[in-house]
Write a protein that binds this ligand. Structure first.
Ligand SMILES: [Ca+2]
Ligand SMILES: [Ca+2]
Ligand SMILES: [Ca+2]
Length: 237
């Protein structure tokens, strides 16, 4: 009897898989895929995270249609789908602080501590160890919508904290980070944002909120310091 039941289960599974295949149904969600680094280059769409955590105050919303209306306060700017890679991006909302004149509420519309609010999780695989420079394609509409933190396996190094875009009011690639608070940096060059990967294999890349209202389209990690993504950036692997 046990054998018959097992056989029946196997046959049913084969039938369902064949049917799904014929109908073109994808059994695994595209956003649960793992992104693999090749030749020192890792490329992933920002919207391809497999989960987000610590979302009680702020969370990331998928914007993949002009008609998307998150049920929270937006920053007043329109949908920026035009020229977004993969036809989609994500935005951390609600956005209650747009500029310096509006009240900063730590732990709500701003958080300098990485990994504390609206944490995105991506499955990645590294084949080559080394130093990876962090390029992100972002859209900042105001002075207080332009930064996130980047980490790996719950470790948030100083060199990938306070990642910030230098480009405003359009999609653009940047790879810099802010100086730590109270560090004098007037006249000094921008700090490069990077993360050192010592252990290859399956890892989890994480990005967490620093300023609400941040919009993120695509992420590129590269070992090549001279590499600069253009336009929509390299294709995903
Ligand atoms: Ca903001
Ligand atoms: Ca925004
Ligand atoms: Ca995208």
């Amino acid at each position: 009897m046990f054998m018959i039941n097992t056989l029946r289960t196997i046959l049913c599974t084969i039938f369902v898989l064949t049917l799904c295949s014929c109908l073109g149904v994808q059994l695994s969600k595209p956003n649960s895929m793992r992104f693999e680094e090749e030749n020192g280059l890792l490329v992933l769409e920002a919207e391809s995270f497999y989960k987000q955590t610590k979302t009680d105050k702020r969370r990331w919303y998928l914007i993949d249609s002009p008609n998307v209306k998150p049920d929270v306060v937006r920053d007043g700017d329109p949908v920026h789908l035009e020229n977004a890679s993969g036809g989609a991006y994500i935005e951390v909302l609600p956005d209650t602080r747009h500029n310096h004149d509006e009240k900063l509420i730590a732990g709500e519309n701003f958080i300098d501590k990485p990994g504390a609010m609206a944490v995105l999780h991506y499955k990645v695989k590294f084949n080559n160890p080394g130093r990876y420079y962090i390029w992100i394609r972002a859209f900042s509409s105001n002075s207080e919508d332009d930064a996130v933190h980047v980490g790996l396996d719950d470790i948030w190094p100083e060199t990938s904290m306070r990642w910030r875009t230098l480009i405003n009011y359009e999609w653009g690639w940047s790879r810099y980070r802010r100086y730590p608070p109270k560090v004098e940096h007037k006249g000094k060059p921008h700090l490069l944002a990077y993360i050192d990967v010592e252990k290859v294999g399956k890892r989890e890349l994480q990005i967490s909120m620093r300023e609400d209202g941040f919009e993120m389209d695509k992420i590129v990690l590269t070992k090549d310091k001279s590499f600069e993504p253009k336009g929509l950036g390299p294709l995903n692997k």
